[in-house]
Design a binder for this molecule. Structure first.
Ligand code: DX5
Ligand code: ZN
Length: 221
């Protein structure tokens, strides 16, 4: 059986009490903390940076922190987030001049490296770098905001990414980000995803544990 990872996006958490929110969602059964970094340049929103990642580590968070960089350029932020305690660092290939170098830079820091694909971005960026990728992250909304609707064409893209991973036999995680809910998580898993980011679906409900266990129940069917 696949081991599925649930990664709540703290974009939808209450930033005024972020440490408590992260503690609560991990206690509720989350596997990974998804950390959205937006620069008001690559995407039209502005969020949190390496200081906040470091603060969560100092607060006592030991779970993996999955940093989703929506910034341009990416190079400097890779170094900063690695130093701040990131576990996975993912970036959008359109935002990087040297995709291969950035993947290597992440791994040289001892972090796992991810490539993120916007809804309209083709998977061919993977063609020559699969052996340097630990996570393929498919965006199922246009990045920048939580609470958007899942774009159905992503299901075919997931199947294509799953085929690429299985054809190479590499231990690459296939992560999905945007519009994931209890109602559609089973269909998304059937298309090949094994790591699920969910922001509003979890943080907009009062009982995080109830949502996460409902998601796990869907994944077990
Ligand atoms: C969007 C972010 C997502 C977002 C997901 O740019 O990358 O991680 O927080 O939020 P939901 O789950 O609400 O679509
Ligand atoms: Zn994200």
């Amino acid at each position: 059986m696949t081991d599925f990872l649930i990664a709540p996006s703290i974009l939808s958490a209450n930033f005024a009490r972020l440490g408590d929110e992260v503690d609560a969602v991990l206690k509720a059964g989350a596997d990974v903390v998804h950390f959205d970094v937006m620069d008001n340049h690559f995407v039209p929103n502005l969020t949190i940076g390496p200081m906040v990642c470091k603060a969560l580590r100092e607060h006592g968070v030991t779970a993996p922190i999955d940093v989703h960089l929506m910034v341009q350029p990416v190079e400097r932020m890779i170094d900063e987030f690695a130093a701040a305690g990131a576990s996975i660092i993912s970036f959008h290939p359109e935002a990087a001049t040297h995709v291969d170098r950035c993947l290597q830079q992440i791994r040289d820091h001892g972090c796992q490296a991810g490539l993120v694909f916007n809804p309209a971005t083709p998977l061919h960026y993977l063609d020559y770098v699969m052996d340097k990728v630990d996570v393929i992250l498919l965006m199922s909304v246009n990045p920048g905001f939580g609470g958007q609707k899942f774009i159905p064409a992503t299901l075919d893209k997931l199947r294509e990414a799953r085929q690429r991973i299985d054809a190479r036999g590499l231990p690459i995680r296939l992560e999905i980000d945007g519009g994931v809910k209890t109602e559609n998580i089973a269909e998304i898993a059937a298309a090949g995803a094994d790591m699920f980011v969910a922001g509003s679906a979890i943080f907009n409900q009062p009982d995080y544990a109830q949502v996460i266990s409902a998601m796990r129940a869907e994944l077990a069917t």
